[in-house]
Design a protein around this ligand. Structure first.
Ligand SMILES: C[S@@+](CC[C@H](N)C(=O)[O-])C[C@H]1O[C@@H](n2cnc3c(N)ncnc32)[C@H](O)[C@@H]1O
Length: 225
C-alpha cells in the first residue's frame, strides 16, 4: 500500500495526469519529481480532482490556507472567472519568498494576494461570506480550530475543500495503534471529520483520494433550497 490507496492505482492515476500548461507549475512538478526539491504540493490526482470542482463552480473568489511555494494558487487561478481573485495565507518565510517568486514569474501578482502570518490571526481579518471556494491545506492539527472561520468566510452555496484529512490512513485506525506523538493530530482530525459530517451548516463527504480530501458544501444561497 502507498499512503491510503494501492501503489499501483496511485501510479496509474499519476501516469494519467497531464503536465500543466503553466511553465512555472511544470517546473515545480519537475523539480519535485527529480527530487531536487521537497516542496509540499498537492498530489497530481488531487490537482486533477480540484480542476473538475473548480470548472463546475467557476469561482470569482478563492481563499487558500497554506500557500507553500504557490503551486496550488497558480493552478487554481486557471479556473477563476475573468477578474477573479485568490487570497492565500502563509506563515513560513522561506515559503513566502518562493511563492512570491513563482507568482511573479507566472505574471499573477494582480490575481493572487499573499497574506503573511499565522492563519490563526490572519483568517480573522477576512470578510464574512466573501469566498466561493476555501481550500484548506495547512497544519492538519489546526483544521478543527480553523473550521468556524472557514464557514464564516464562505459564501452560502460555497465549497470548502480540505486536503490530507486521512493522514496516510492513520485517521481510520484506532488511536491505540497510533504513535503517541501523532495522537493529538489523530484526535483533532477525527474531531474535524466528525464535525463537518454532522454540521447543520454543511453537506460533506470524505474521499480516499491522495491523502484524503474532504468536500463541504455550505448550505444556503441560490444553489440549494
Ligand atoms: C501542504 S503545504 C501547502 C501546499 C500548497 N497548498 C500547494 O498545494 O501548493 C502547507 C503549508 O501551510 C503552511 N501553514 C501551516 N500552518 C499554517 C498556519 N497556521 N498559518 C499559515 N500557514 C500555515 C506551511 O508553512 C506550508 O507551507
Amino acid at each position: 500500500m502507498s499512503e491510503i490507496s494501492y501503489s499501483y492505482i496511485v501510479e496509474y492515476l499519476r501516469a494519467l495526469h497531464t503536465a500543466p500548461s503553466s511553465p512555472v507549475l511544470a517546473e515545480i512538478e519537475t523539480q519535485i519529481a527529480m527530487e531536487t526539491e521537497t516542496w509540499p504540493i498537492i498530489r497530481p490526482e488531487v490537482a486533477d480532482f480540484m480542476g473538475v470542482q473548480l470548472s463546475l463552480i467557476k469561482p470569482s473568489t478563492i481563499l487558500e490556507i497554506g500557500t507553500a511555494v504557490g503551486y496550488s494558487s497558480i493552478l487554481m487561478s486557471g479556473y477563476l472567472q475573468e477578474g477573479g481573485k485568490i487570497t492565500t495565507l502563509e506563515r513560513f518565510p522561506y515559503m513566502l519568498g518562493k511563492a512570491r517568486e513563482n507568482i511573479k514569474r507566472a505574471n499573477l501578482e494582480d490575481t493572487i494576494e499573499i497574506i503573511e502570518g499565522d492563519a490563526a490571526d490572519t483568517l480573522r481579518t477576512l470578510p464574512d461570506e466573501h469566498y466561493d471556494v476555501v481550500f484548506m491545506d495547512c497544519a492538519k492539527g489546526q483544521y478543527i480550530n480553523f473550521l468556524p472561520e472557514c464557514i464564516r468566510v464562505l459564501k452560502p452555496g460555497g465549497l470548502l475543500i480540505t486536503d490530507n484529512v486521512l493522514h496516510k490512513g492513520s485517521v481510520a485506525k484506532s488511536r491505540y495503534l497510533i504513535d503517541r506523538r501523532q495522537r493529538t493530530t489523530h484526535s483533532r482530525l477525527r474531531d474535524f471529520l466528525w464535525t463537518i459530517m454532522h454540521s447543520e451548516e454543511l453537506v460533506s463527504t470524505v474521499m480516499p483520494l491522495g491523502d484524503g480530501v474532504a468536500l463541504s458544501y455550505k448550505i444556503g444561497g441560490n444553489k440549494n433550497a
